[in-house]
Design a protein around this ligand. Structure first.
Ligand code: NAP
Length: 432
């Protein structure tokens, strides 16, 4: 076995730089733990002239992917470019040439994970992707290794720092969504094009990865119900507070008798729930296994050093496997559990309406809910409107989505209802 293992790094942006910094700072201890020395032999970038935040040896940078993919001396490829293409193509090429791959690319793993895992297994190489969910939080390895004795029953995660930052500021300051988004963009906590975060697609990608691993079944992005946070108002946050809840964007996967639920949406969570205190840009992932019970993983879900920490751990795993010649400890996706259509998913709901303040309105709304089998757990009506519509807020008992949608259709046709302002699912039991 050669003395120093050669690694090809694809991407020297935020995470790639973090990896290089950690390697510079903790070099000795990492080598000792890996049981072997390694070196970054080539770094693929787009622009050779760009100033870099770490010092890199002259001649290391390249714009030609073949310098890594076609170099037989490079046995580990670390892909940190992001985006679907050409990253997917490069990962596939690396695995096909018998190279181990470490990546933080949630888009590629969510879209092509099952196929790439199969390819890695067939090639007898490793494919590790700890950094793809939760940045620096170890969650992939616990699901893949530490929890193998469990049937995982439920995962609920705050896996998008941007939306958690926005919701935290809205909760703490009573501020409006647009205002906080603008500030988050100015501070660099939100992208100039924030749709993937705000509308929940980023969290949905991460849920695909977590749920596929937890339930050992391939799940596709199109099977995940996805709703973002742009409709949340200070009124919703205030009503949540009134009932003892806090609003979080959750990625939820549950194993039910007749299939898996996979959904991303804003959620009322009791203030006492462990996820309720995950604030700002932090991430938290709550897991329930039948043997272990409840677990909570918490930490920085992004950033150069936190994500770099996860990448280094994967690299060290690859190198340890290499020493023991025990590669391809990759997961087997061996079941095919159906994903339930959203219509069949049952939750409790918060419903906020605006109605004319007239006698009989409440009875009409209650009758519309009742006609579809929706029963009401709590209700408040605020203020006296005179000519102005007033807010009426309901929390329901658990019903299926189809029942809720059918009752909302009925309510929308009532002449005294001005609008259905928002509908938010409720999880995590009753507040104390
Ligand atoms: N940022 C985080 O905190 C974080 C957290 C968890 C996971 N991740 C994931 O980690 C990956 C990297 O994210 P990042 O934030 O580090 O990205 P980034 O800052 O945008 O860096 C991307 C790097 O890849 C290079 N690159 C991009 N496309 C390329 C191409 N077609 N050919 C050659 N080089 C190319 C860029 O080269 P130039 O430098 O020359 O432009 C840059 O060095 C993504 O998959 C992301 O989802 C990021």
């Amino acid at each position: 076995m050669d003395k120093s293992v050669k690694i090809g790094l694809m991407g020297l942006g935020t995470v790639g730089t973090g990896v290089c910094k950690i390697l510079q700072d903790n070099r000795e201890v990492i080598f000792e733990r890996a049981g072997t020395e390694f070196e970054i032999a080539k770094i693929l970038v787009r622009d050779l002239t760009k100033p870099r935040a770490v010092e890199v040896e002259e001649g290391l940078l390249t714009t030609n992917p073949a310098d890594i993919l076609e170099d037989d001396g490079i046995s580990v490829v670390v892909e940190l470019m992001g985006g679907l293409e050409p990253a997917y193509q490069y990962i596939e090429a690396a695995l096909s040439r018998g190279k181990h791959v470490v990546t933080a690319n949630k888009a590629v793993i969510a879209a092509h994970g099952a196929r790439l895992i199969k390819l890695a297994r067939n090639q007898g190489v490793d494919l590790y992707y700890e950094g793809s969910v939760g940045g620096g939080i170890p969650i992939i390895k616990p699901l893949r290794e530490s929890l193998v004795g469990n049937r995982i029953e439920e995962i609920m995660g705050i896996v998008n720092g941007t939306t958690n930052y926005i919701l935290t500021r809205m909760t703490q300051e009573g501020a409006a969504f647009d205002e906080v988004l603008k500030e988050a963009q100015a501070l660099g906590y939100a992208e100039a094009e924030p749709a993937a975060d705000i509308e929940g697609q980023d969290a949905a990608n991460k849920l695909v990865i977590l749920a596929s691993l937890a339930f050992q079944t391939p799940i596709s992005l199109h099977q995940v119900y996805c709703e973002g946070i742009s409709r949340i108002t200070p009124d919703d946050i205030a009503f949540a507070e009134h009932f003892g809840y806090i609003i979080k964007l959750l990625a939820i996967a549950k194993r039910r008798a007749n299939g898996i639920e996979a959904r991303v949406h804003p959620t009322f969570l009791p203030k006492e729930h462990p996820l309720a205190s995950v604030n700002g840009v932090f991430n938290g992932i709550f897991v329930r296994g039948d043997a272990v019970g409840e677990l909570m993983f918490y930490g920085r879900g992004a950033g150069d050093l936190p994500t770099g920490s996860a990448i280094i751990a994967d690299i060290v795993d690859v190198l340890r496997n290499r020493r023991r010649d025990s590669h391809h400890r990759v997961e087997t996706l061996w079941t095919h559990i159906p994903v339930k259509p959203m219509d069949d998913v049952g939750t409790r709901y918060y419903v906020r309406l605006h109605a004319q303040d007239k006698p009989g309105v409440l009875a009409q709304v209650a009758a519309s809910f009742g006609a579809e089998g929706v029963s009401i757990e709590s209700m408040i009506q605020q203020g006296r409107g005179q000519d102005q519509p007033v807010p009426i807020v309901f929390i329901t008992h658990e019903v299926e989505e189809r029942q809720m949608q059918a009752s909302l259709k009925r309510i929308a046709t009532l002449p005294s209802i001005k609008d259905i302002a928002n509908v938010i699912r409720v999880e995590g039991g009753m507040p104390l």
